[in-house]
Design a protein around this ligand. Structure first.
Ligand code: PLP
Length: 215
């Protein structure tokens, strides 16, 4: 199974970067994948998954959690404020905090629900107009404001532009994390997770390399 290969490649990349074994968490991105591809990965004991859409995740994970026990599922895709409550009840972490309004919704709901998932601030490192995320120049201020709302900000996340060398974007994200005292770096996908690990990724988000191309 590809899961075994990806785990081996992560271990090799950790070693090459002289990082401790186990310092990188593998988020298996199961969005849009059919059940017959996801179940073998659950059967193999993997317990950390990523999804892009609240609705899709809500249709799959409650049932799979009944069958397989505790599974952490992280939301990676954009989140509308009106789905914030459902997202907070469904996911253990959200990687797409990218605007003040969403931060305010989380803060209000955290009071009400008495808990809040771990939050990553998404940074639009390429300043691409069509892409979500706070601009790099705004990141420090945004993180400071989110912390002032008592939100559990654990890290930063980016998706580099498709046509650029991702290493520079990963390095930029690592710098933003470091200067804000954030330990978690969500960066690296199927095509570039080893490059991300060399730059300090703590969470790699790998979908098609584990499950195959999305239909
Ligand atoms: C789909 C997606 C991934 C996984 O992409 P692959 O190229 O299949 O590994 C990772 N992160 C985010 C935010 C995604 O939307």
């Amino acid at each position: 199974m590809s899961l075994t290969d990806i785990r081996a490649r992560i271990a090799a990349a950790e070693a090459a970067a002289q990082r401790p074994s186990g310092s990188v968490q593998l988020i298996a991105v199961s969005k849009e994948q059919p059940e017959d591809r996801v179940l073998p990965v659950l059967d193999a004991g993997h317990r950390l998954f990523g999804e892009n859409r609240v609705q899709e995740a809500a249709g799959k994970w409650p049932g799979w959690r009944d069958r397989f026990g505790d599974v952490a599922v992280h939301l990676l895709g954009p989140l509308q404020s009106n789905k914030a409550r459902q997202a907070m009840e469904l996911f253990q972490a959200i990687h797409s905090l990218d605007r003040p309004k969403l931060a305010q919704s989380f803060a209000r709901l955290a009071q009400e629900l008495g808990h809040c998932p771990d939050l990553f601030v998404q940074v639009n490192t390429g300043a691409e107009p069509q892409k979500a995320g706070v601009l790099p120049d705004d990141a420090d201020r945004f993180i400071k404001d989110a912390r002032a709302l008592d939100l559990p900000i654990v890290g930063v996340m980016c998706i580099p532009p498709v046509d650029e060398d991702p290493a520079a974007h990963f390095a930029q994200l690592a710098d933003i994390g470091a200067r804000n005292g954030l330990e978690s770096l969500s960066m690296g996908m199927s095509d570039d997770f080893e490059i991300a690990i060399a730059q300090g990724a703590t969470h790699v988000r790998v979908g098609s390399a584990i499950f195959g191309a999305r239909r």
